[in-house]
Design a binder for this molecule. Sequence first.
Ligand SMILES: Nc1ncnc2c1ncn2[C@@H]1O[C@H](COP(=O)(O)OP(=O)(O)OP(=O)(O)O)[C@@H](O)[C@H]1O
Ligand SMILES: C[C@@](O)(CCO)CC(=O)[O-]
Ligand SMILES: [Mg+2]
Length: 420
Amino acid sequence: MGDDGLQACGVVMEARAPGKVILCGEHAVVHGATAVAAAIGLYTHARIHLLTGEDNLLVLDLPPFQVHLSWPLSQIQSVLDLSSLHKAYPQDVQSISESWSAKLKQLTDEQLPADADKGLQAGVVAYLFLHLYILGLQPTKMTVTSELPIGSGLGSSAAFCVSITGALLAAAQQLDLHRHLGPTEEGDMQRWLDVDDKDLDIINRWAFEGEKIIHGRPSGIDNTVSTFGYIVKFRQGQLSRIQTTMPLNMLLTNTKVGRDTKSLVAGVGARAQRHPKSMAAIFDAVDSISEEVVSILQSNSEESRIEHNIDGHAQSELVHNTVSRSVEEIKLEELVQINQGLLQSMGVSHPCIDAICCRTSKHKLQSKLTGAGGGGCVLTLLPHCLKSKAIEEVKADLAAEGFECFQAHIGGKGVQISKK
Ligand SMILES: Nc1ncnc2c1ncn2[C@@H]1O[C@H](COP(=O)(O)OP(=O)(O)OP(=O)(O)O)[C@@H](O)[C@H]1O
Ligand SMILES: C[C@@](O)(CCO)CC(=O)[O-]
Ligand SMILES: [Mg+2]
């Protein structure tokens, strides 16, 4: 018996799914443009315990929200028509119906405190939907914790959906898992298993259905990066992995201004309806930026990083604005600056985001919002030659303004599973 008095029957599965940064193309990607995103080394963990039949409950613990919810299975059965579930099986990905959406909201509202975070309801509805469709009415306890700031542009909603889906499919014994032989991450004693590619696709498709419940109109880029990991180019539901030898270092700064992706995406959609031609031109410009970023990342780096002087002597780096940069870094910085200008034109920047861009430009560094904007996080490109002392100065400058800065590993693996 656990601390909470529940009878776990010994099966525990855990999935971890990374957050992401969008290097370029957010919002425009919802309207068909190309975007480039990368997984970051900050994870959401979903741990599922199968409970014995004595505890006829679905239990959901969300420590970041200090929320503990539990539904008797009999209550769920009395509210929902579960006949559609008999036809469902995990490979057959389904969308939530209007009637299920209304009933799951009702089940959620009965449990959540009246003053609960407004975005939380959608997250809980997504959990109930994914649980009932993937694992059915099996009694379980799910605990979801996260290293990501929630609602800050680093893809917490996608990591939530991907990790829950991974844990549910693992508990349903629907995943082929591979032991990876590489070293475990420093200090991480847990053994993480990779998921077979065909199963990653199923995780991704269910997680997208969860994102739709939280976001309204997601492009699918966030769940795709969280599922597959690495650096990806994404356009109209299609992804291709970007291999690069270019060092991609960035500083992430959290404005700590709360916002939600759903209303920001809706706001850009409304602007596009009011000004279809002008906004289409902006989305086109973003598409060109993303294509250029892809070609820079994929350029034969060693060769093209060498810039030739007029007298024919090669110099490996250019001195641009006092810090040495490769030609690619200079181009990338310009594209980040242009993309941020276009995001401002879409109406998704914020005075705090603008203040961070302005602060970092005083250090000759370029920044843009990442994710949905309206607050949340800002990324700042760090040229590979920038000394750690200079990085500390930028961080101190931003901290003095009340902003929180951090660095994260870029381009790691996507969702993984651990069994106990
Ligand atoms: N650990 C978590 N526990 C419960 N719900 C979560 C968790 N992480 C994310 N969510 C859900 O996701 C919502 C936040 O998603 P939102 O899309 O607004 O921001 P984000 O995903 O962090 O940023 P972006 O979409 O710009 O990358 C929360 O309101 C909640 O519904
Ligand atoms: C704002 C957006 O483009 C990215 C959010 O991380 C929304 C989406 O693509 O789903
Ligand atoms: Mg999100």
